[in-house]
Design a protein around this ligand. Structure first.
Ligand code: AMP
Length: 278
């Protein structure tokens, strides 16, 4: 494993390395099995895998969230080390990517960015698209890997490469969960013991929603979920939406369309997201 803090140095090494295909796994660190699964998938497909570890300031509308985001570079490197020499890490300071101008670029993703996460985190996807495009420009991967855990992000990145004509193949990977069903997330570390014990309710509720789909319409299921969480004082539901997987717009009937249910919920002040195929 090699670690680089400057992309120019990484590129000097990359130019000497005979890799036909290069996979990129962008992360914000605090790595868990969800990230490691993406890296393993990338290793299956590519000669060289780059893992970026960078907490991107332009995608946080909440300064506290940015400040509290866990930073565990040493243990991240230890985890990646076990995966072998074909994994290179890029762990820059903001200036290396942003060149002293830490500002998002401007994109138009239409409704894709105004719903769900976009509606609750102002400017989030402009920041995400900015950093991903900068990573693509700096590192020039062949393929990039993203988790379905952040499904809306996946759709935004797909739109980004299409709009900007970026020659990178986007691969999506399934959600990795703890044994009790909670989707793995760097944010789970911020839950206290009691909250962590309650957190599996989120996925259990998504599964119940799926079980209701043959007898209730999406709006009825949405009302049921809203009502359910209204009686759970520890939880603060931001949104629950049964939506088309391409447009992410809510559907009023399933009608054989491809849909997923999406949830964002706060538990003890920690904001968690999850989704499930409908
Ligand atoms: P993050 O470090 O949270 O920005 O995540 C980096 C990448 O890992 C993103 O593509 C995420 O969607 C993906 N990821 C995070 N958690 C999971 C998970 N539990 N299962 C699958 N992919 C994940």
């Amino acid at each position: 494993m090699k670690v680089f803090y400057q992309y120019k140095e990484l590129n000097v090494a990359k130019n000497k390395y005979p890799a036909k295909s290069i996979g990129l796994v962008p992360t914000m660190g605090a790595l868990h099995e969800g990230h490691i699964t993406l890296v393993k998938r990338a290793l299956e497909d590519n000669d060289l895998v780059l893992v970026s570890i960078f907490v991107n300031p332009t995608q946080f509308d909440n300064k506290n969230d940015l400040k509290n985001y866990p930073k565990t570079l040493e243990s991240d490197l230890t985890k990646l080390q076990t995966l072998g020499g074909n994994v290179w890490v890029y762990a820059p300071e903001a200036d290396d990517l942003y060149n002293n101008k830490i500002e998002p670029r401007v994109y138009n993703f239409g409704k894709l960015e105004t719903t769900m996460e976009g509606a609750h985190r102002e400017g989030h996807f402009q920041g995400v698209a900015t950093v991903v495009q900068k990573l693509f420009e700096a590192l020039q991967p062949t393929v990039a890997y993203f988790g379905e855990k952040d499904y809306q992000q996946l759709q935004i990145i797909t739109a980004l490469v299409r709009q900007e004509n970026i020659p990178v193949v986007i691969v999506s990977c399934p959600i990795i969960r703890h044994e009790d069903g909670l989707a793995m997330s760097s944010r789970n570390k911020r839950l206290n013991i009691k909250e962590r014990a309650m957190a599996p309710v989120i996925y259990e509720t998504l599964q119940k929603a799926v079980a209701l789909k043959d007898i209730h319409s999406p709006p009825q299921i949405e009302s049921w979920i809203t009502e359910f969480f209204a009686h759970q004082p520890e939880f603060d539901l931001e949104y629950f939406s049964i939506a088309d997987i391409q447009t992410l717009e809510k559907v009023s009937a399933l009608n054989g369309s491809k849909t997923r249910a999406f949830i964002a919920i706060k538990l003890g002040g920690v904001r968690l997201i999850d989704n499930i195929k409908f």
